[in-house]
Design a protein around this ligand. Structure first.
Ligand code: FES
Length: 577
């Protein structure tokens, strides 16, 4: 790609601040000099923002100051000027009511931080689940040269002689405790071993799925998705990422040149091939909405015939560390290459196929060939019907095969609190053939569309040795979770979707092969049940929560705020002085 440095450096946006020979230029330069910056840094070289989601309240991203130091080295080496800036960090395990409530808020923080500052290019440091989509969404609305860098997954968890996957292991052990198969003391003991290194969840949960989406979209250097957080290779990649973003500024390689319709189609197929999280659906839709690519929920069917070729938790048995040493995402992309748009351009200036054509599989137990996949037809499936006219999703690779076609009577929980209050009640009229239905956990209802769709099973069912039932909700599910779980039912219950009117005892049919989710309730009965319905009262009626509830759109479009879709570029016509 042509180097546009010579003719563009004095038109670079950072020069609108630092290149002015007047009172404003004095102010911009002089205050920055209090950090010891010499005069020549203001000479028009690319100013690179390092957008950092470091926070001690977000353990998955707590090592990001170290990673940022390596990025800075690379930026300096390539002749740029790195300036690190913080944005709100959403840690999945601490933030209440759910980190997803704040994804759109962080995206605003990112967008306005980029636009309001003298930044020519940006490196996005991302790790824990929501930090990836929120940063990519915010940067997409600015559309300057941008490269992604993930923090990397943790090492494998260990407890006694067992390997533990983050999240997945918690679900498995807590169900064993509830079923009487594990002592609570052993459960507590496992805490210190499950997460024993820096990094994000090491299953193919949402964090690793989104890191894989970033790489398959072409937004990072090759290999970004799977290198463990503590492997020196992660820090080499950080340094190379710093070098590369400077070149991307010289080439004016904006995000919109990478995030094309072809790139999203590649990501959807990759999502299926890795058995990735259903959360990628809402995040990819939201990112597409920002950058201006026309992506719809039904486009995820592009991956439905793709086999899952990675044997990794929560669907399989291995973990991200195994995946990386087996060849990582480049090996997967090479195997599915004939299904990809091979000429999609990526952040290093090469096509995706040029990046992966020589990739190798080092462990075929982890990364399987197409003719002997871990699971056939594994992509996320979109369901519709009178229970979810705008769509719902299911991840067949995380489900029990025989439950994918199922008819059962609904057992309804109006709220998450009701679920918690009743699920352990031995008198609850429920068995393994029932369909558990949870309402009011969508974007407006929770608020924030919490990861509660994989409802815990009743103990009396667990004691029979049964570990899965059909569950339906407007919630999301953790990428580390599993089960025959229908998610994202839209319109959501709190917006008056049909889910709001399901009653205990209604027959529900899940027909995954036929892409149907329906309840045996006539339109006339539904209309009767709708009479007098009012939306549930929100938990807060002011501030960001009010803004969110008033403006959040449905899961079927990515649950972005209605006034945030699209992009505004980066012009800022007014000075502050
Ligand atoms: Fe941060 Fe899982 S809790 S990635």
């Amino acid at each position: 790609m042509a180097n546009r440095d010579d003719d563009s450096k004095f038109k670079r946006r950072s020069q609108q601040w630092f290149g002015k020979i007047d009172k404003d230029g004095f102010a911009h330069r002089s205050w920055m000099k209090n950090q010891g910056h010499p005069n020549d840094l203001f000479d028009g070289r690319p100013v690179i923002g390092i957008c950092n989601t470091w926070s001690e309240l977000n353990p998955c991203n707590a090592h990001f100051r170290e990673i940022a130091d390596f990025v800075k080295k690379g930026v300096w080496e390539a002749g740029g000027w790195p300036l690190e800036f913080p944005v709100m960090s959403t840690g999945e395990v601490l933030m209440r009511p759910t980190a997803m409530l704040y994804r759109n808020l962080v995206s605003m923080d990112v967008e306005e931080s980029i636009r309001g500052n003298p930044i020519d290019g940006v490196v996005l440091l991302m790790g824990c689940d929501k930090t990836t989509p929120s940063l990519v969404m915010g940067a997409s609305s600015c559309d300057i040269p941008t490269i992604g860098l993930s923090g990397g997954p943790m090492l494998k968890g260990r407890y006694k002689t067992e390997t533990l996957g983050s999240g997945t292991g918690v679900w498995q052990m807590s169900e064993k405790v509830r079923g009487g198969f594990m002592k609570i003391e052993e459960f507590m003991d496992a805490e210190a071993g499950m997460h024993r290194s820096k990094g994000h969840c090491m299953t193919m949960g949402t964090a690793s799925t989104m890191a894989s989406m970033v790489e398959s979209l072409g937004l990072s250097l090759p290999g970004n998705a799977a290198i463990p957080a503590v492997d020196a290779q992660r820090y080499r990649l950080a340094q190379l990422t710093g070098r590369r973003i400077v070149q991307m500024v010289h080439e004016d390689m904006r995000l919109s040149k990478i995030l094309t319709r072809q790139a999203f189609e590649n990501a959807i197929k990759t999502l299926a091939a890795i058995g990735g999280s259903t959360n990628a659906v809402v995040h990819l839709l939201a990112i597409a909405g920002r950058i201006g690519v026309n992506l719809k929920l039904d486009d995820f069917e592009l991956g439905s015939a793709m086999p899952n070729i990675v044997d990794i938790q929560p669907s399989g048995q291995h973990l991200m560390e195994d995946f990386y040493y087996a060849g990582g995402l480049p090996a997967v992309l090479k195997i599915i290459g004939d299904s990809l748009h091979k000429d999609a351009i990526t952040a290093n200036g090469k096509t995706i196929w040029e990046n992966v054509q020589n990739a190798e599989v080092y462990d075929p137990k982890v990364i399987r060939p197409l003719d002997n996949p871990f699971m056939a037809n594994a992509g996320i499936t979109i369901l519709r019907g009178n229970l979810a006219p705008n769509g719902a999703v299911i991840k067949p690779s995380a489900a029990t095969a025989k439950l994918l076609q199922h008819r059962g009577k609904a057992v309804v929980f109006e709220t998450i609190e009701e679920l918690h209050a009743r699920i352990n009640d031995e008198s609850l009229d429920i068995d393994e053939n029932s369909v558990m239905v949870l309402k009011n956990c969508g974007p407006k209802g929770y608020p924030g569309m919490a990861e509660v769709g994989n409802m815990p099973l009743p103990p009396k069912v667990l004691r029979k040795g049964i570990s899965d039932m059909v569950r339906v909700s407007d919630a999301r599910m953790s990428g580390t979770a599993y089960g025959t779980v229908v998610l994202h039912a839209a319109p959501e219950a709190a917006a008056g979707g049909p889910l709001a009117f399901v009653q205990t005892g209604d027959w529900i049919t899940l027909d995954t092969a036929g892409r149907k989710l329906s309840m045996e309730v006539s339109d006339a009965d539904l209309a009767r049940r709708r009479e007098g319905w009012t939306a549930p009262k929100p938990w807060l009626d002011r501030g960001y929560v009010k803004l969110y509830i008033d403006h959040v759109m449905g899961a079927e479009t990515g649950a972005d705020l209605d006034f945030l879709t699209g992009q505004s570029g980066t012009p800022v016509p007014r000075e502050s002085h």
